[in-house]
Design a protein around this ligand. Sequence first.
Ligand SMILES: [Zn+2]
Ligand SMILES: [Zn+2]
Length: 182
Amino acid sequence: MLLIEIPRIPPEGLDLDESLQTGEVHLEGDDELVLESGRLRCHLEIVDGTTVHVDGHLAGDLKVECGRCLEPYPVPVDQRLDLFYLPRLTNRPEEEEEEVELSDHEVVVGYYEDERLDLGEVVREQIFLALPLKRLCRADCKGICPTCGHNRNTEACDCPPPEEPRDPRLEPLRKLIGPDRH
Ligand SMILES: [Zn+2]
Ligand SMILES: [Zn+2]
């Protein structure tokens, strides 16, 4: 169970060891990302009266769609978790929340509402933090041929390089930039 009722966290804290399902970590609507398997081990503890400290480890295997050839490829997740969650105060604008800092540790990273912390949401955030900015199956992925649609990693094709379609509205701009640039 990844939805944690905060009043139920005992003073000594709560130890969790959960295997993760795609639905639980709110990735079910994402076509580009599948959680094949995952495990969350953590210790939850209330510090400062209301702040929840999540201390633990997230491990898993993702299948991520390559941004060039669209083939899924494996991405391992191996994240140390050291996170703090504060109660969200409904009358406080979001921009101000970003500035909140606690005296004895670093910047607050998140908020919970209605006395509940959804660790599934926490995991989801951590997965996105763990993903590379450029999702590529390999650095030299050749991608999909724009002419015939073949995956050029697995099948070479003889298509000529595509002509750059010229938008006549951009011609004045092109003259300004110069002939060598597109
Ligand atoms: Zn690729
Ligand atoms: Zn081709």
